[in-house]
Design a protein around this ligand. Structure first.
Ligand code: ADP
Ligand code: MG
Length: 255
């Protein structure tokens, strides 16, 4: 449904003690948007994602997920902090993939993927397994379903983590440097899965240092610097003449 706002962040602020890490960030994602979030280490990218899914409580501002059922989540200026139910709701709409693979090591790949649908969504086990097998085939590791995470390569584990997130049927997928911990030869297989997801129309917010992904897969590039959005635009604008001096300096480091 193009034109539907899936994610809306208004004036998000986050401090740790006296250190203000996010200084008023606003961002909208429409259905099917693939937004690459770029920025130097320490600029606040992970904190931003963690505030969106309420792993961190924002100090101020609003996070709205899915305009079909817009919810005010947190704002000092008016409404109350998120209730447990709202937090659960938000999390159920968002899929998250981290840098580390974060699979449950004592469960097989299939068990990892069905865990959420089975125990959180309380769907019938046979349906969960059928869905999981489809997702594992889609990310190219159907043959690993009965293996434990330790027996998979990093790239396979990360693809399993993507399948596990997708099994919850999220409206928006958040990725925090999903390929940064991988050996270079394994990066491509994960990026291909992410690209396929983007082409299917998944709404995605991706923190990445993969400039090829930012340029060629995302439709919007957002550059964060010291807790604010320095600049944003289409990849053509951002990687062309329209980039800010700070962004140009940043991408200079990537050759
Ligand atoms: P990025 O992901 O862009 O590298 P982060 O969001 O991880 O940046 O961190 C931004 C800043 O916030 C850093 O200065 C970091 O030290 C600080 N920070 C992040 N999490 C915490 C925390 N839980 N407590 C205190 N400071 C934190
Ligand atoms: Mg980070």
């Amino acid at each position: 449904m193009p034109g539907v706002t899936r994610l809306s962040v208004r004036n998000l602020r986050k401090s740790f003690g006296t250190h203000e890490v996010l200084k008023g960030i606003s961002l909208d994602a429409q259905d099917g948007d693939v937004i690459s979030l770029l920025g130097a280490s320490g600029s606040g990218k992970s904190t931003f994602l963690r505030c969106i899914n309420l792993l961190e409580t924002p100090s101020d501002g609003e996070v709205w997920v899915d305009s079909e059922q817009i919810r005010m989540i947190h704002s000092k200026t008016g409404s109350k902090p998120a209730s447990r139910r709202q937090v659960d709701h938000i999390r159920s709409e968002l899929g998250m993939v981290f840098q580390g693979f974060n699979l449950w090591s004592h469960m097989t790949i299939l068990q990892n993927v069905i865990e959420g649908p089975l125990h959180v969504l309380k769907r019938p086990k046979a349906d969960c397994i059928a869905d999981a097998e489809e997702l594992l085939a889609k990310v190219g590791i159907a043959d690993k379903r009965h293996a434990y995470p330790a027996h998979l390569s990093g790239g396979q584990q990360q693809r399993a983590a993507i399948a596990r997130a997708l099994a919850m049927k999220p409206k928006v997928m958040l990725f925090d440097e999903p390929t940064s911990a991988l050996d270079p030869e394994l990066v491509g297989e994960v990026l291909r899965v992410m690209r396929a997801l983007a082409e299917e129309g998944m709404t995605m917010l991706v923190v990445t240092h993969e400039m090829s992904f930012a340029r060629n897969v995302s439709n919007r590039v957002v550059f964060m610097r010291e807790g604010v959005i320095d600049s944003s635009g289409s990849p053509d604008d951002m990687f062309g003449v329209g980039a800010s001096p700070a962004f140009r300096q940043f991408i200079g480091h990537f050759g």
